[in-house]
Design a binder for this molecule. Structure first.
Ligand SMILES: Nc1nc2c(c(=O)[nH]1)N[C@H]1C(S)=C(S)[C@@H](COP(=O)(O)OP(=O)(O)OC[C@H]3O[C@@H](n4cnc5c(N)ncnc54)[C@H](O)[C@@H]3O)O[C@H]1N2
Ligand code: MOO
Length: 460
């Protein structure tokens, strides 16, 4: 079956693999995928579902279009508020770096060949420069101090011997002295005006250091896309233990920080309940560039998202994706500059929607270059991973001993696997054999290796 061809919709009872989650660890659903209890128009939903890679491309295109339509100007922020933002302009050096000829070592600035007569003074970093040295003279110098005019080299303390009995003291080299040694010449790293980084780079801690060194107090960054999260569902509790069929809202606490890590400014996370009127008002009244809803995407009696989008005059760009978990995810254009991503309510399905639709859309909206799949870390699979017959699977994995180990708790309602994961492996329809190096999706935070004993026992 090639992508784009209509996929048959086998009845789950006849094809148990169609739950698509492979391991059978409590997938918590599997009651059919054809949305047969919807109106006739949705009977063949799976035929309309977009292949996974195409869905990501559509989302990226939507983000790029919205960015052009919104045309929001760059903002200038102090360096201590720029972390995680995107450079709106190339970072050009405002000064030569180093800005003066300085000593790279603690020792002696010397002029000409030794031995040298030692001047009584010392030159320290940040202090006045010593007067010019005449050939045959030396002066004590600290790392980072300006070398005096006339100096031809710096001699490290440990490569020198001083003869204090002489007056003035005499300095002898303990090894050959090469002209220019241990002097950091002005402009060695860059000249004023040189482009240090192009526009579009993410501002990392290292970029902040470079910008400060190059003379910046503020920097111009792209505006962050504003995102509002609407959490649907009457069954959700914000605190305490699950009780009486009610469960804790796992998505409200997770999505805001995750979207922030993807470069968004999260303007709010609101609980809406299963109330179509409230949802319609929230969607049409939102000033956000991207509205993210959770739940209500499928075929249940209170799954309002499609109806509300119809009523709001939105255009569905993606209505279902050939991916497990998360296939009911959707992407709609609310107007030229605003979009809505509908994430399924099952928590790992919501993560799948977040990475499939919201992440590429936000990357394009932010103005960053999309990460190429070839750049994402991968490794040979340590074991075969069962595939869905027609859909892509996203499976939480850890990197271990040079291989990729799929994690076990990967059911659509489970977060235990993804919480321990280093990445998500993209498993093509039909599965991936042991040894295959699959495409992976990186998680937008550092992942530390955990003690193997715990991981091995509990997660794989
Ligand atoms: N007849 C069909 N039923 C279902 C289908 C289908 O194709 N036909 N697809 C299933 C799949 S797959 C998924 S995924 C879900 C998607 O459902 P919705 O997006 O409509 O989400 P809900 O029904 O509201 O919730 C599903 C599930 O997730 C729990 N949930 C919801 N929100 C949260 C939250 N914030 N934190 C934690 N858990 C949440 C909710 O209680 C349900 O258990 O539909 C299947 N059904
Ligand atoms: O399995 Mo659903 O795929 O939870 O999207």
């Amino acid at each position: 079956m090639t992508p784009g061809q209509p996929a048959p919709v086998p009845a789950p009872a006849r094809d148990p693999r169609h739950d698509g989650h492979g391991t059978g660890h409590g997938t918590g659903h599997g009651t059919g995928h054809g949305h047969r209890d919807r109106s006739e128009g949705r009977d063949h939903e799976h035929h309309r579902a977009t292949p996974w890679s195409e869905a990501r491309a559509v989302a990226a295109g939507a983000g790029a279009g919205a960015r052009t339509a919104a045309a929001r100007p760059p903002v200038r922020v102090p360096l201590d508020r720029a972390l995680g933002r995107t450079l709106a302009e190339p970072l050009r050096a405002l000064t030569d770096l180093p800005s003066f000829d300085g000593s790279a070592m603690d020792g002696w600035a010397v002029a000409g060949p030794g031995p040298w007569t030692v001047r009584a003074e010392s030159v320290l970093a940040g202090h006045a420069a010593a007067g010019a040295l005449a050939p045959g003279e030396a002066v004590r110098i600290a790392t980072g101090a300006r070398v005096p005019a006339g100096a031809t080299a710096v001699l490290r303390t440990e490569h020198s011997r001083t003869e204090d009995t002489a007056s003035p003291a005499r300095l002898h080299p303990l090894r050959e002295v090469v002209a220019g040694q241990d002097i950091r010449p002005r402009g060695q790293e860059c000249r004023a005006g040189d482009e240090l980084l192009p526009a579009g780079c993410a501002v990392t801690a290292a970029v902040l250091g470079l910008a400060a060194a190059a003379g910046y107090d503020t920097c111009a960054v792209l505006p962050r896309p504003r995102v509002e999260v609407l959490v649907l569902g009457d069954e959700l509790l914000s605190a305490g233990l699950p009780r009486d069929g009610l469960i804790r809202d796992a998505l409200g606490p997770m999505l805001g920080p995750w979207l922030t890590a993807l470069g968004a400014e999260v303007v709010g996370t609101r609980r809406i309940g299963d109330d179509a009127e409230a949802l319609h008002a929230a969607v049409t009244g939102s000033a956000a560039d991207l509205v993210v809803t959770t739940g209500g995407t499928a075929a249940g009696p209170v799954d309002h998202v499609h109806r509300v989008l119809d009523r709001a005059g939105a255009t569905l760009l993606v209505d279902g994706v050939k991916v497990r978990p998360g296939h009911p995810m959707l992407l709609a254009r609310l107007d030229a500059a605003r979009h809505l991503v509908g994430l399924p309510g099952n928590p790992l399905a919501a993560v799948s929607g977040l990475l499939t639709l919201a992440a590429p859309l936000l990357t394009a909206l932010t103005g960053r270059a999309p990460a190429s799949p070839a750049e994402a870390a991968t490794a040979p699979l340590r074991e075969a991973v069962q595939g869905h017959p027609y859909d892509t699977r996203l499976v939480p994995v850890v990197f271990r001993d040079g291989g990729l180990v799929p994690l076990r708790y990967n059911g659509p309602a489970m977060l235990r696997g993804i919480a321990a994961a280093h990445a998500l492996a993209v498993v093509p329809p039909g599965g991936a054999p042991s040894g295959r190096e699959p495409e992976t999706l990186a998680l937008p935070w550092p992942t530390a290796d955990r003690p193997q004993a715990t991981e091995g026992a509990c997660f794989t």
